[in-house]
Write a protein that binds this ligand. Structure first.
Ligand code: OOG
Ligand code: NI
Length: 498
């Protein structure tokens, strides 16, 4: 019998799940509408599961499906980002992005003066336990496309000397790193400290500057107020997953109209349009809460930043598929010299069919043996093995974010309606300085490449499927598989033991 000493470490997976659940409980208390939002999501998911028996899900899955979520936080300086990196590492979340980072300064007319990264679990096994992700943005106060020297100076005055982390949290982070884990008792305290870090404090600084920043007649720089005028950070939203975002959107719109007149939901859904085979990520959001805030003792003010969002995740596109997505999006939005074309027409360049997406190498799948036994004479080619029913393909779900969608979500919740560019007149066409290398330099850590992670997951499943069939891969496939698994950043990082 294993003796419980009480000193075993809590696993990173369990810690992440617990942090995600604690944040959800906290957010439900802080933002009451979130609780109603989650209830509607559960009803929508229950209905969807009932109408789609082919998913193999049942009533017992409703809570799990409806409790998957991501959060968003906004930080003021690189030191904060580096501390957040250490905190998330303890709960098994690593910085990941599809193209070296999310450059929201360069995301069309809704650009924001922030660059972002998502912290999330990276292996399929970790994701299975708890897929919790945090979209984490860093303000760029010295970006001259957005701020004059004078504004930069005022921002620095507010953020340079602040410390958003409690000394107890810093101690617990040091301890977890030193021992490579946390005991149950330390873990409980750590989770409470992390929850506190992301809670709403309701205290702000420099009201005149704040008023200038959120003034709608000026350029939209409300996001700066939310980051710099608060001496702490707070969860900006917590986003549950849904199986049917169109149904949720219709239900929530009706719910708001009846129970919360005056509260608006975004008219549109960000990301790809509704399709037979959903791709990537679709998201939408509703109005931020108007919350009381105290400025240096003055209690009369309110702040709007914390809002509600919902997401529906679907199959991940490969770099080749992603190029088509970006092109479709550009055509649907229109460019400087071209008018927008209807969304469905723009997206028709991406096949609406799993077999085509797979065969054209536009989306990622994992491959699994079906149990049908392989006769002596059989094809060796992957496509043929799938076609003949020896192997089946399952879509790999997109775990990341979309920069243009993210900018749209930011913009619609900063009190500026559904549009508004934050850039200074004339500076909007200056190129963004945030290259891949620059991202790493600013953040102070390596950012894992999302495509490399997905490609490795796909490759490993192919390897296992051939092994299970006890047959050899064709040479070129075997080379592709080896290249993808060798490049796997998840394996490399886990191999280092941290
Ligand atoms: C982040 C907005 C982006 C998403 O899901 O794309 C985002 C924020 O409001 O801080 O969360
Ligand atoms: Ni979000």
């Amino acid at each position: 019998m294993i003796k419980k000493t009480g000193s075993e470490f809590v696993s990173k997976n369990d810690l992440r799940k617990e942090v995600s659940d604690r944040l959800s409980a906290m957010y439900a208390k802080e933002v009451p509408l979130y609780g109603e939002h989650v209830e509607i999501d559960k009803e929508v998911n229950r209905q969807y599961i009932a109408n789609h028996p082919e998913l193999g899900l049942s009533e017992a899955d409703v809570t799990r499906v409806s409790s998957e979520r991501h959060g968003a936080i906004r930080l003021g300086k690189p030191e904060e980002m580096q501390m957040i990196y250490r905190i998330f590492a303890i709960i098994g979340m690593k910085p990941v992005a599809p193209d070296g980072g999310y450059d929201l300064t360069d995301a069309g007319e809704k650009s924001q003066p922030v660059i972002s990264v998502a912290f999330r679990p990276v292996t399929l096994e970790e994701i299975e336990v708890s897929p919790f992700r945090m979209f984490t943005s860093l303000l760029r106060p010295d970006d001259r496309r957005f701020f004059t020297e004078e504004t930069s100076r005022r921002i620095h005055e507010l953020i340079d000397d602040r410390d958003i982390f409690s000394s107890r949290l810093r101690e617990l982070v040091d301890l977890a790193e030193k021992k490579d884990g946390l005991s149950r008792k330390d873990a409980d305290e750590f989770i409470s400290e992390v929850t506190k870090l992301f809670s709403w404090a309701g205290k702000a600084k420099n009201q005149p500057f704040y008023d200038e920043l959120v003034d709608k007649k000026r350029l939209n720089r409300a996001i700066v107020a939310d980051i710099a005028c608060f001496p702490t950070t707070h969860l900006n939203h917590l986003t549950p997953s849904t199986l049917d975002i169109d149904a949720w959107h219709a239900r929530m719109k009706e719910h708001l109209a009846i129970n919360h007149p005056g509260k608006n939901i975004k008219k549109s859904i960000e990301g790809p349009p509704k399709r037979k085979v959903p791709i990537l990520l679709r998201q939408t959001s509703y109005d931020a809460l108007e919350e009381p805030v105290e400025f240096d003792g003055n209690k009369a003010a309110t702040h709007r930043a914390r809002f509600g969002e919902i997401e529906q995740r679907a199959v991940t596109l490969t770099p080749k598929g992603r190029k088509l997505y970006d092109l479709a999006l550009e055509r649907a939005m229109g460019t400087k010299d071209k008018l927008p074309i209807p969304v469905d027409q723009a997206f028709s360049i991406i096949p609406d069919d799993h077999d085509k997406l797979r065969e054209m190498d536009l989306a990622y799948y994992t491959y699994h043996v079906t149990g049908k036994s392989l006769p002596k004479k059989h094809p060796n080619d992957l496509k043929a093995l799938v076609k003949a029913g020896y192997i089946e393909a399952r879509p790999i779900r997109y775990e990341d974010f979309l920069p243009v969608s993210a900018a749209g979500i930011f913009a619609s919740n900063l009190g500026t309606g559904e549009q508004g560019t934050a850039k200074l007149p004339g500076k909007e066409h200056e190129p963004s300085p945030y290259t891949r290398a620059e991202f790493v330099k600013i953040m102070g850590f390596e950012i894992l490449d999302a495509f490399t992670l997905y490609a490795a997951q796909q490759a490993r499943s192919i390897e296992e499927a051939y092994k299970a069939l006890n047959t050899r891969m064709p040479k070129s496939l075997s080379e592709d598989v080896r290249r993808a698994t060798d490049a796997d950043p998840a394996a490399r990082q886990n191999g280092q033991g941290k």
